[in-house]
Design a protein around this ligand. Structure first.
Ligand code: PXL
Length: 276
């Protein structure tokens, strides 16, 4: 088995089952060395908690990058999630350029919005900067809300194939080589993920579960990265990640009060089985 080293850049939400507290265990469980660059430290995530603390780590990034250059540390893949500031996006682009091996895969989850709205603290300037990072993505993994912000297309909850095709084309025009668009539903009771590379459209559809959980976007992207870096193709990785997220949502539904995240840990073994 090949042994690869991934760098993931996103925040530490101390409590909340998202970002680094998901990416580290999920990617490690896939058998991959997982290195981290925390973008910010928050006491909790920002969706549903109030009064959270936020320590922006933007200014630590250049020195960390310089140290890695000095030590000749290079990664097989770099996966970015929730970033703490617009300036940070510039530094992340520098890290793509200097810390990746020649064959490095850049995976960008533009974690900034859901359900038609930007997360607290993000604005149009951040969205514009994120468009620039998308141009450097080998794989871009947005939900439909993020995709609409990136393409300046109106967010809709009901749509057809033509609407989704327009979004996919525009994301490709931004420069993303492959797009994995999550949460796409063409039929009541069903949802799925589109895997798109200019002109090549594949759709994996599955049942839409009655409950949804916060943080499933991070679980999805992390499992996708894990499968991809373990050598699975884009479609198969997208399918494995979707199947794993379904297992996480089912595991979470067993307890009514677990509102802030998904119980991904008890079913990690299922992801490991799927990756084998
Ligand atoms: O799950 C995405 C995410 C990551 N990090 C922080 C968040 C969110 C979504 O709300 O608030 C801090």
């Amino acid at each position: 088995m090949s042994y690869n080293k991934v760098l993931t850049i996103q925040d530490i939400s101390c409590v909340g089952q998202c970002s680094l507290t998901v990416a580290l265990p999920v990617i490690s469980a896939c058998g991959i060395e997982t290195c981290v660059l925390p973008s910010a430290v928050l006491s909790t995530h920002t969706a549903g908690f109030s009064g959270y603390t936020f320590r922006d780590l933007t200014e630590d990034m250049p020195a960390i990058k310089e140290h890695w250059i000095k030590e000749n540390i290079k990664f097989d893949a770099i996966y970015t999630g929730y970033l703490g500031s617009t300036k940070q996006i510039e530094y992340v682009a520098d890290i793509f350029a200097s810390a990746g091996k020649e064959s490095c895969l850049n995976i960008v989850d533009p974690a900034m919005a859901d359900n038609g709205k930007l997360y607290p603290g993000f604005d149009n300037e951040f969205v514009c900067a994120m468009k620039g990072l998308c141009a450097k993505a080998d794989y871009l993994v947005p939900n439909i809300t993020e995709a609409c912000f990136l393409c300046d297309i109106e967010y809709k909850t009901e749509y057809d194939r033509a609407y989704i095709n327009e979004i996919l084309e525009k994301l490709t025009e931004l420069g993303a080589k492959n797009v994995i668009l999550t949460g796409i539903s063409y039929e009541a009771g069903k949802t799925g993920v589109v895997v798109y590379k200019k002109g090549d459209y594949q759709y994996y559809e599955h049942d839409l579960l009655p409950n949804s959980c916060h943080g499933t976007g991070d679980i999805y992207a992390s499992a996708f990265v894990g499968a991809l870096v373990r050598g699975k193709g884009a479609y198969e990785s997208a399918k494995i990640a979707a199947d794993y997220v379904l297992e996480c949502i089912k595991a979470t539904a067993e307890e009514e009060n677990h509102w802030y995240g998904a119980k991904f840990e008890p079913v990690l073994y299922k992801l490991i089985e799927m990756i084998q």
